[in-house]
Design a protein around this ligand. Structure first.
Ligand code: SAH
Length: 389
């Protein structure tokens, strides 16, 4: 594969931005490069009310000469009842509802396509956002409850060779409201209560840092949806300064790191981000995350036939992770269009797993849910953009 992606991007991640950065300027979307336009005033001059936290809503109420308790009421309507219009907010005076409606919108996500697995009720959504961009979310049922895999960007600029989401680059960051809407709309649509969130859909969450943190703080607010912080998993391809910034947030979420190879040569060949932050930096940051939070790190390892599935790869992986309290998630790679990367057969996946288990590593093969609708993440989105073109 070529060297495109991170290198050619003028807004590219700044590798000089190391640990302890107060402002996460490693985020490509921060600044006025246009990627964050969903956070600004919308075209009709109205503002996004769902992205306001309780403190901001209280300030707004004071500005509107309203009592402070109205902020709590509005927050509850938006984040507990998942209201989609101000008309639903029946305990607010009509005049206030009208004022809000004149000045604000409640951002949502329209269901463009919905696929339901015949095997296990996994639901895959293609959502259309206010500007026509499409993103994907997947609702999965586990013994412990329902989990939603959400997208954080419309596209992705990380350029991983095996990933469908990055093939057409990144159009823009999602706002906190758009990430929230995936949860609220899926709950409203199915009538289930989602207890777990995985930030593993389209996009790189640490490349949209501010909106992702805001999303986490809003969805876990006791005055709103009250989802447990511990039930949130964030997956990163290895944006190292983002991991250090996350430590400072003091949010006990699970960090999942997409490793996929155990030496720099192989990892850089399939994940361009490795040229910015090589493996040793990713491992060092993961250790720091574990030490600061006490949360066991999860490493994703997509097995690709002939690329990272040999005994030598397994040996290197064992050495790399030997001092870390971690879990390894093996994923036989999902084959995507026009890609030559194939998954090893079941026996080889099993023997890779057994070999590392015997070395004392905590390793499982990811359970496949919704195998009949299991088009790789990002494929539904790209099929729609192709239709549009
Ligand atoms: N950008 C984040 C989260 C999105 S992808 C990250 O890289 O972690 C979620 C996970 O799916 C990542 O581990 C990613 O590497 C993996 N993935 C993407 N495409 C895949 C494919 N075709 N087969 C198997 N895993 C894939």
């Amino acid at each position: 594969m070529d060297d495109k992606g991170l290198k050619d991007n003028k807004n590219s991640i700044n590798p000089e931005e190391k640990a302890g950065a107060d402002k996460p300027s490693f985020c490509i979307g921060v600044g006025n490069d246009g990627l964050n336009f969903a956070n600004l005033t919308l075209e009709n001059g109205k503002k996004d009310i769902k992205a306001l936290d309780l403190v901001e809503l209280k300030a707004l109420m004071s500005e509107m000469k309203q009592p402070a308790f109205r902020a709590q009421q509005i927050f509850k309507w938006l984040h507990k009842e998942c209201a989609e219009s101000f008309d639903e907010m029946t305990n607010l005076p009509l005049t206030l509802r009208k004022q809000l409606d004149d000045n604000f919108v409640i951002i949502s996500a329209a269901i463009e396509k919905k696929l339901i697995s015949e095997y296990d009720n996994t639901v895959k959504y293609l959502f259309r956002l206010f500007d026509g961009q499409c993103i994907e979310s997947v609702l999965m049922q586990y013994k412990y409850g329902y989990s939603l895999c959400v997208s954080t960007q419309a596209g992705c600029k990380m350029g991983c060779a095996f990933c469908a989401s990055t093939k057409n680059g990144c159009v823009r960051n999602l706002s906190a409201s758009e990430i929230l809407s995936q949860v609220y709309v899926a709950e409203r649509d199915t009538g289930v209560r989602i207890s777990h969130i995985v930030l593993m859909g389209i996009g790189e969450p640490l490349d949209n840092y501010d909106n992702v943190i805001k999303f986490i703080r809003l969805i876990t607010s006791p005055d709103g949806h009250n989802l447990s912080v511990r039930n949130i998993t964030l997956s990163t391809c290895g944006v190292v300064p983002g991991i250090y910034a996350l430590i400072k947030e003091q949010l006990p979420i699970t960090l999942s790191v997409s490793l996929h190879a155990s030496n720099d040569e192989k990892r850089s060949a399939i994940m361009p981000v490795n040229r910015k932050w090589p493996i040793r930096e990713v491992i060092k940051a993961s250790k720091a995350y574990y030490e600061a939070t006490g949360r066991r790190i999860s490493f994703e390892y997509a097995l690709v036939k002939g690329v990272n599935d040999t005994k030598t790869d397994a040996d290197e992986l064992a050495v790399l992770l030997k001092d870390l309290n971690c879990h390894i998630n093996l994923i036989p790679v999902n084959e995507i269009d026009k890609s030559e990367l194939k998954a090893p057969n079941k026996e080889n996946v099993r023997s890779f797993q057994d070999y590392l288990s015997q070395k004392g590593l905590n390793i499982t093969v990811r359970r496949t849910l919704g195998s009949d609708i299991n088009a790789s993440c990002g494929q539904l989105r790209s099929s729609v953009s192709t239709e549009v073109e």
